[in-house]
Design a protein around this ligand. Structure first.
Ligand code: GLU
Length: 397
């Protein structure tokens, strides 16, 4: 007999991780699956970072670290925020966590009371929704359409904010659409936040270095809302370090202290070796970050060119991250004679079975007529994947 809490029952399984697990299982059964589901660089962690980790082991960094992270890492992050983002966070205003995902749940648990409204800009990253629900918050979804380049218009935000709205979760470059807000568009959103006392904004900037056009703008660099922004970042995407699990925030001191209290009870801080690796990643200048970005840009060009030729797919060209989110509405309601495709999740599963290509349905991202494709893989596999998708879709009438 199971006695699960209501809390855990209200939580869905992460669809990105579920799809990744499914393709791992099928691969283990011997099927030739091309996985475009999980968002992670296919590159190995650069050598200089691995060396720093090996050295940390030899130097016996094996005892509990400070809960908020080693001082040298917090100092390096503080410097990075100043030099790369134009934001002044003292090292005390920085806390290191086990990945960006952990950073975000810490913040949500620290500031959201049951019943507080949290605005999500759809298509949003899957875990935002469930993390808000876990904290007892009420997700309020504002939808951005393909016609608006998947960007929410400021007017849409204005009308949805109530006295109960406590937080907006903002993410640019975006997972899952790859869209990037301009400085002007961000400033308009910042002005709206400024007008509403007690309203905060999480700016998830984890994809800041995977940007193909223009400049990366940090929400907290707008001085007039500096003390209402929580800047989230990490080393996973920029340095091909997804498995090391290092994320961090820069934020007002009271929020960092709250996250420290939470971490003190939950994790006692973050893996010491991974912290030393992250310190090297952030503080040593190396060309690998640029090389990976260039590879992603080339693959972006390639996959978009190929997808444009897929019947019924509508897309916007992403300007950052490594995802593209075609609208597949054309296929909803179609059938291969056995299976009817009712939702984008149905299509994702159908493609896994019929094309042996794993993508993620848009439902979990608040984008029910889209699918998300992660193109962080080799050019050859991208060509083969789209070829298979195209051939399989011909069966749907
Ligand atoms: N952020 C990546 C993705 O969206 C990794 C998986 C996850 O944490 O959801 O695919």
């Amino acid at each position: 007999m199971e006695h699960l809490s209501e809390r855990i029952k209200s939580l869905s399984v992460s669809q990105t991780l579920a799809m990744a697990q499914k393709s791992r299982e099928l691969k283990a059964e011997g099927l030739d699956i091309i996985s475009l589901s999980l968002g992670e660089p296919d590159f190995n962690t650069p050598d200089y970072i691995k060396e720093a980790a090996k050295k940390a082991i030899d130097q016996n960094f094996s005892k509990y670290p400070p809960v908020s992270g080693y001082n040298d890492l917090r100092e390096a992050i503080s410097r990075k925020f100043r030099e790369e983002n134009g934001i002044n966070y003292s090292p005390e205003q920085v806390i290191v966590s086990a990945g960006g995902k952990h950073s975000i749940i810490n913040v949500i648990l620290s500031i959201i009371n049951p019943g507080d409204e949290v605005i999500l800009l759809a298509p949003y990253w899957v875990s935002y929704l469930d993390q808000v629900i876990l904290a007892g918050g009420k997700p309020v979804i504002v939808e951005a359409t393909l016609e608006n380049d998947f960007k929410v218009q400021p007017e849409q935000l204005e009308v949805i904010i109530t006295r109960k709205t406590r937080l907006i979760i903002f993410n640019s470059p975006s997972n899952p659409t790859g869209m990037v807000y301009t400085r002007e568009e961000m400033e308009e959103i910042a002005r709206i936040v400024q007008k509403h006392e007690g309203l905060y904004i999480i700016s998830d900037e984890i994809y800041e270095h995977i940007l193909f056009r223009g400049e990366h703008v940090s929400m907290a660099s707008f001085d007039f809302i500096y003390d209402r922004v929580i800047t989230v970042n990490g080393v996973s995407k920029s340095y091909a370090m997804t498995g090391w699990r290092i994320g961090y925030i820069g934020a007002p001191l009271w929020i960092v202290k709250a996250c420290d209290k939470l971490q003190g009870q939950f994790t006692s801080g973050v893996c010491t070796i991974a912290q030393k690796a992250a310190l090297a990643a952030i503080s040593i200048k190396d060309s690998s970050r640029q090389m990976m970005k260039e590879a992603f840009q080339r693959r972006r060009d390639l996959i978009c060119k190929l997808l444009k030729d897929v019947k019924g797919f509508k897309l916007r060209i992403p300007q950052g991250a490594f995802y593209v989110m075609p609208d597949i509405g054309y296929y909803l309601g179609k059938s291969d004679g056995i299976k009817k495709i009712k939702t984008s999740d149905d299509l994702a599963l159908w493609l896994l079975e019929n094309a042996h290509v794993a993508v993620v349905g848009g439902d979990a991202f608040g984008a029910p007529s889209c699918i998300r494709i992660s193109y962080a893989t080799s050019d050859e596999l991208l060509v083969e994947a789209v070829k298979r998708i195209k051939a399989a879709l011909e069966k749907l009438k």
